[in-house]
Design a protein around this ligand. Structure first.
Ligand code: SF4
Ligand code: SF4
Length: 341
């Protein structure tokens, strides 16, 4: 059986944080000693523009890949997808020590999104560098992933050999057909300016178009199949996450935003409910829609335009909430009412 080479890409943190740099360096130093791995380093993934050599390198990888970054894995995976760097979701067994026990209490509901298009069979595993401050957990997990990828590769190879056996007996040379990553690994560390734009998680996005109705800055568009996309990402207003609050599916992420739910933290079975509970029990947090409207108005005024308040882009949702069956939060409120607290 041929050896499957696994590409490992470490995406650096923004800035020059010495502790983060030390962790990055110790991981790379440990990984380059491992056989069967191609190790490369690129700047902060979210900031890579289409012409950056790090982005071009990522685009050139064909085989299985591990991406280590300072982003939530869900955000990193969909940033890659947005950039056309696609693959099957590789399930990491490295669990964050910061994960809330509650989040693991229930299985997340099955994804009901429209899904990504043109996803090849290779796998992409995203690991979060904020989870551990030592290189060992990452190196051990990458060893495990390399083994998993090798087993998958061997299985595919064996199936292909079986399928081709009669033709080989006829003397036809089909080649092995395997041409995993031909990219040349290395360091791709030209500076990358900071960027700010929404990233869509298509495993959750239902194509409801609430975001395109809400955003008044021309960021969203639709493709030839009438699927929502982030069309003019640099039109987005830096630091503003307004549309992520409007999305009914938590499908819009701003990976650099301070609130984990918006930055791409896993959405668990009761994730949405937990966020709503903080409001329900008198938290200072404003209602998400009012907050989004306020944030959008602020950006409109900063652009020299008029504030529109709640008059544009959200009636559809309000109508729906009136006409649709009760959701989890409604049921919870009903249950609390019945307790007569
Ligand atoms: S609002 Fe959310 S679910 Fe609806 S189209 Fe936009 S990203 Fe998709
Ligand atoms: S954050 Fe604001 S400007 Fe950016 S895409 Fe969302 S609504 Fe549009």
């Amino acid at each position: 059986m041929s050896r499957n080479r696994l590409t490992v890409v470490l995406s650096q943190a923004q800035g020059k944080h010495p502790i983060k740099r030390a962790l990055e360096e110790s991981i790379v130093a440990a990984l380059i000693m491992e056989s069967g791995l191609e190790v490369s380093v690129v700047p902060y993934l979210y900031d890579l523009g289409p012409d950056h050599t790090g982005r071009l390198f990522l685009e050139s990888i064909r085989g299985d890949m591990v991406l280590l970054s300072w982003l939530f894995p869900r955000a990193a995976y969909w940033v890659l997808d947005r950039d056309g760097i696609k693959g099957q979701w590789g399930e990491s067994q490295l669990k964050s020590p910061h994960a809330d026990d509650d989040e693991e209490a229930g299985e997340p509901p099955p994804p009901k999104g429209i899904g990504a298009l043109d996803v090849p069979g290779r796998h992409i595993y995203c690991l979060d560098l904020r989870d551990f401050n030592q290189h060992d957990p990452y190196v051990n997990e990458i060893r495990r992933i390399a083994q998993e990828c090798q087993e998958r590769h061997d299985k595919k190879h064996a199936e292909k050999a079986t399928a081709h056996a009669p033709l080989v007996q006829l003397g036809l040379n089909l080649g092995n057909g395997a041409s995993p990553g031909t990219a040349v690994p290395g360091l791709f560390l030209q500076p990358a300016g900071r960027r700010w734009y929404p990233v869509i998680d298509y495993s959750r996005c239902t194509n409801c178009m609430e975001c395109i109705d809400f955003c008044l800055f021309g960021v969203y568009g639709v493709d030839g199949l009438e699927r929502i996309l982030v069309e003019n990402q640099d039109n987005c207003k830096k630091g503003c996450p307004a549309c992520s609050r409007v999305c009914p599916e938590q499908a819009i992420m701003f990976p650099d935003y301070k609130t984990p739910a918006i930055a791409g933290a896993p959405v668990g079975a009761i994730g949405n409910l937990k966020i709503d509970l903080t409001k329900l029990f008198g938290g200072a947090e404003k209602d998400a829609l009012s907050q989004a409207v306020e944030e959008r108005d602020r950006e409109l005024v900063a652009d020299g335009r008029h504030a529109v308040g709640a008059s544009v882009g959200i009636p559809k949702r309000q109508d729906k909430s009136v006409n649709q069956p009760k959701d989890d939060l409604d049921n919870l409120i009903d249950a609390l009412d019945s307790l007569e607290l």
